[in-house]
Design a protein around this ligand. Structure first.
Ligand SMILES: NC(=O)c1ccc[n+]([C@@H]2O[C@H](COP(=O)([O-])OP(=O)(O)OC[C@H]3O[C@@H](n4cnc5c(N)ncnc54)[C@H](OP(=O)(O)O)[C@@H]3O)[C@@H](O)[C@H]2O)c1
Length: 338
């Protein structure tokens, strides 16, 4: 095994067109970590934020003047090629998937805590598995927080809970629609008209184009829960749309250049006084959820929606595509080991 590898790197904050393919030293797995040869990496809205260092609030954690982690890619599927000390439950040669909080998936190899990884069932392709940890995991945790499909998840008397997914056509949204449907909800969704057939195929019974049919025209208390993945709508409006006892979950990371979503999330705390709550989500890596998502994919009950898969040599084009916005589902970059 050579001691150097190729990785798509950006050493300063800035747009995707400044990412370059560089030779860098091969990571060495530390205690409790494994070394993966990357087979597929899926991109997320968070990759663009961390490329740009925007909002500024992320910089104290992810690098004050330059990125601490210059290689993006937070969802990775790969083959275990080496074990660090004290690794239990992982074997060389195993195909696994997991979340890399700091990134690193756009390199040929990456080191990952073994406890974060889940084996990929043999009938699931690496590109499909790579879509699950962040996008699928966030959708799952948002529905949990909203009480959708949980034993104690209250909803309007009689019938299925009605759930509105705002921003249904992206990475998180395409999973949220499918998972809410699986959990027995009646799903309404917002997306551009051109994406409505896909979102309905994934389970939504009704779709709105957010630019032409503003949600402000809907009557009070139409939904048991709202999952807001897009932002942009006043919190009081969102709150008005849920029933007493209903919950609005804020997933979006959008906001101002300095503090990002934080002011909106603080307002949510004040507006949550009363019977309708607005709850910001901070999703975390959850291997047990990832294992359930893999089972659902293996059973054909959910399908990762992939707009396009790029070869490793075109990873910079994939990041530029993500930065341009309006992607449908996920963008995936294949590893060099495919
Ligand atoms: N809270 C957490 O823990 C957590 C975890 C993961 C992700 N996130 C955040 O979740 C958001 C979505 O992530 P993602 O990876 O799914 O991004 P994405 O793939 O870019 O999806 C964003 C979606 O929002 C839609 N959208 C944008 N503006 C809209 C509007 N005004 N009304 C309705 N829909 C609108 C987009 O559709 P069009 O642009 O085509 O209209 C797209 O479907 C990001 O802000 C990300 O930072 C948060």
């Amino acid at each position: 095994m050579s001691r150097s590898m190729k990785a798509w790197t950006r050493k300063t904050y800035g747009p995707a067109d400044g990412v370059a393919l560089e030779h860098t030293s091969m990571p060495v797995p530390r205690r409790g970590e494994v070394l993966l040869r990357v087979r597929a990496t899926a991109l997320n809205a968070g990759d663009v934020r961390l490329l740009l260092g925007d909002p500024l609030l992320v910089r104290p954690v992810f690098g004050l003047t330059r990125p601490k982690h210059p290689v993006r890619g937070m969802e990775v599927a790969g083959t275990v090629v080496a074990l660090g000390a004290d690794v239990v439950g992982a074997e060389v040669g195993e195909e696994v998937v997991g979340e890399l909080v700091g990134g690193g998936g756009l390199g040929e190899y990456v080191r990952v805590p073994a406890a974060r990884l889940v084996p990929i069932p043999t009938d699931i392709a690496a590109d499909a598995a790579a879509c699950l940890p962040v996008a699928g995991g966030t959708a799952w945790q948002a529905l949990d927080l909203a009480g959708v499909g949980l034993a104690d998840g209250g909803h309007a008397a009689g019938g299925a809970p009605r759930v509105l997914i705002i921003g249904a056509s992206g990475g998180v949204g395409t999973f949220a629609v499918q998972l809410a449907t699986l959990r027995g909800a009646e799903v309404w969704a917002t997306c551009r008209d051109r994406n409505a057939p896909l979102i309905e195929q994934l389970g939504a019974v009704r779709t709105f184009d957010h630019r032409e049919s503003p949600l402000s025209t809907l009557a009070d208390g139409r939904f048991d829960a709202i999952i807001d993945i897009a932002g942009g709508m006043p919190l009081r409006e969102l709150k008005r749309l849920v029933v007493p006892g209903g919950t609005v979950v804020l997933v979006t990371g959008d906001g101002g250049h300095v503090l990002g979503p934080v002011p909106r999330m603080l307002r949510a705390v004040f507006l949550s006084i009363g019977s309708r709550s607005i709850r910001p989500l901070a999703a975390t890596p959850r291997p047990e959820v990832l294992a359930k998502l893999l089972d659902l994919v293996a059973e054909g009950r959910i399908v990762p929606v992939i707009e396009r898969e790029y070869p490793f040599a075109e990873a910079s084009a994939a990041l530029s595509r993500l930065e341009a916005g309006h992607t449908v589902g996920k963008l995936v970059v294949a590893g060099t080991a495919v």
